[in-house]
Design a protein around this ligand. Structure first.
Ligand SMILES: [Zn+2]
Length: 178
């Protein structure tokens, strides 16, 4: 078990409450429900809402999560098809700048999220019995389970960011971890 996520964020995550002991099946299920969960939070919202402590608007978080899932699906499929297990890292802030996340409307971001979740589910399913190991420059050796838990955390953490942004605007208290 790769402990990169738990060591960086805490177990459970100090902010969003994510439990790193989640089963592989439950973590995959969490990701599969992201379009519904994010869609529910964003109903009636412009996507431009931004928390004063955060660098991204809620729509930018949706695009980040979509891109991150798509990138991890691509990494898994490359290794599965015989590429070196050593994957390259990417800078999420440079990607946001290059893609001009701010100008991507929430409707487009949600479409991308749904597509990325589908690609990610296909890649994790294809990897299920492969014993695939990915070597990440900062996170080290990652099994499929490590990849899934890390990707699910990113999505749930930013779901929490979106929820607290919207609740802050609505004047209610911050969401509890969970
Ligand atoms: Zn978290």
């Amino acid at each position: 078990m790769n402990d990169w996520g738990a060591s960086v964020y805490g177990d459970p995550c100090r902010e969003c409450g994510y439990n790193w002991n989640l089963s592989l099946t439950n973590a995959i299920s969490l990701v599969s429900h992201l379009p519904t969960a994010y869609g529910g939070l964003l109903t009636g919202r412009s996507g431009n809402e931004q928390h004063p402590e955060l660098n991204w608007s809620v729509s930018e978080y949706v695009t980040h999560v979509a891109d991150n899932l798509r990138i991890w699906a691509e990494r898994l499929m490359g290794v599965l098809r015989g590429a070196s297990p050593l994957v390259g890292s990417y800078d999420e802030n440079l990607l946001a700048k290059a893609r001009n996340y701010r100008q991507i409307p929430v409707e487009a971001a949600m479409w991308s999220l749904t597509r990325s979740v589908d690609d990610w589910l296909a890649a994790t399913e294809a990897s299920a019995t492969s014993g695939v190991v990915v070597i990440h420059p900062e996170r080290g050796e990652m099994t499929l389970s490590d990849v899934v838990l890390s990707n699910a955390h990113d999505a749930i953490h930013h779901q929490w960011d979106i929820a607290r942004t919207l609740q802050d605007l609505d004047g209610s208290s911050a969401p509890q971890p969970g």
